[in-house]
Design a protein around this ligand. Structure first.
Ligand SMILES: NC(=O)c1ccc[n+]([C@@H]2O[C@H](COP(=O)([O-])OP(=O)(O)OC[C@H]3O[C@@H](n4cnc5c(N)ncnc54)[C@H](OP(=O)(O)O)[C@@H]3O)[C@@H](O)[C@H]2O)c1
Length: 296
């Protein structure tokens, strides 16, 4: 990796750039939960300082798992959660809900579950199209002024959303789906890079891992890309998932990948990917496999 291994979110909150996404960790009692607790403890032992969760992940169960594994949180470890999705009391369905009173309630509940006095980085899971953007972002700004939120992040947004939000708040982070084989949000990444905003790509390895493990029915372009990733992985004595992470870390200094895994072996491989060095020629070969990004 040529660039720094840490990033200051919002200009001051320093974390290691290779984070961990907790979404896929099983929470049910018994061996699955024990396995998840062991993974989370290993995350911190390995020096990872950025852990991503959300209220949506089990309706708070994922946050509670993290608390059980790691509370009191070691100095320097950032646990960041997301709000803005709620479960209907009538139907039990999850749906976007960005109404100010719901966001306020979810922040209070997240503070209680995570046992924080302040959420150092709080992300809005989605902008709710049914609620004026200014009301949603304005509520987060008010919660920040009240001291309940340190910094504000957004998720699955467009460049236009980002521009609108930045008229009201300082956006500290953006979390969009993005990886070596998925360039849809390249314009959003470019906007984040220009503004020094942390970009947390979700799905950082899964697409690449699946493509390189697939055999028969992948399309021609995807097969060619998968072959190139697998070839570079073999040259580096690494796995395709590690190449995918090394490429992300190399691609932009504002990228903070948050790969998730329930496997300690995969976790250790993912963390080791931060030390993997791609040559200039390998980077060029990987860049050639990128889908064409949409025009900004
Ligand atoms: N903001 C949003 O809307 C949003 C949406 C989805 C996710 N997220 C966040 O982003 C994080 C990551 O997203 P994601 O889980 O969709 O994608 P991901 O991290 O790219 O993929 C996770 C999957 O890849 C496998 N995997 C991980 N490391 C591997 C390795 N080294 N080798 C082989 N397989 C590996 C895992 O299986 P094993 O368990 O078998 O390793 C798991 O099935 C989530 O945990 C969550 O925090 C955010």
């Amino acid at each position: 990796m040529t660039s720094s291994s840490t990033f200051r979110i919002g200009g001051d909150l320093e974390v290691g750039r290779l984070g961990f996404g907790a979404m896929r960790l099983p929470t049910e009692e018994g061996p699955p939960r024990e396995g998840s607790l062991a993974v989370l403890r290993r995350v911190v032992e390995l020096g990872v300082t950025l852990i991503d969760t959300a209220f949506l992940y089990g309706g708070g169960a994922n946050e509670e798992l993290i608390v059980e594994a790691l509370h009191p949180f070691p100095e320097g470890v950032l646990v960041t959660t997301k709000i803005g999705v709620a479960r209907s009391a009538e139907s039990g369905e999850w749906a976007l809900d960005g109404r100010p009173e719901v966001l306020r309630d979810q922040v209070d509940r997240a503070l209680a579950r995570l046992r924080f006095e302040r959420l150092e980085l709080l992300q809005l899971h989605r902008i709710d199209p049914e609620v004026p953007l200014a009301d949603q972002i304005g509520t987060l700004r008010d919660l920040q002024a009240e001291g309940k939120i340190g910094r504000i992040g957004l998720s699955e947004i467009s460049v236009d959303d980002l521009d609108q939000a930045r008229k009201i708040i300082d956006v500290a982070s953006v979390q969009n789906r993005y990886n070596l084989l998925d360039a849809e949000h390249e314009p959003v990444l470019a906007a984040c890079e220009a503004a020094g905003i942390a970009f947390l790509p979700w799905r950082p390895v899964h697409t690449v891992h699946t493509a390189t493990s697939a055999t028969a029915d992948s399309g021609a372009a995807e097969s060619a890309a998968a072959e190139e990733v697998a070839a570079i992985a073999a040259e580096l004595d690494a796995t395709p998932a590690q190449v995918a992470l090394a490429w992300l870390l190399d691609h932009s200094p504002v990228i903070l990948p948050i790969p998730g895994t329930a496997s300690i072996k995969h976790l250790e491989q993912n963390v080791a990917a931060a030390a993997l060095h791609l040559t200039k020629a390998q980077r060029t070969r990987l860049d050639r496999q990128r889908p064409t990004p949409p025009q900004p």
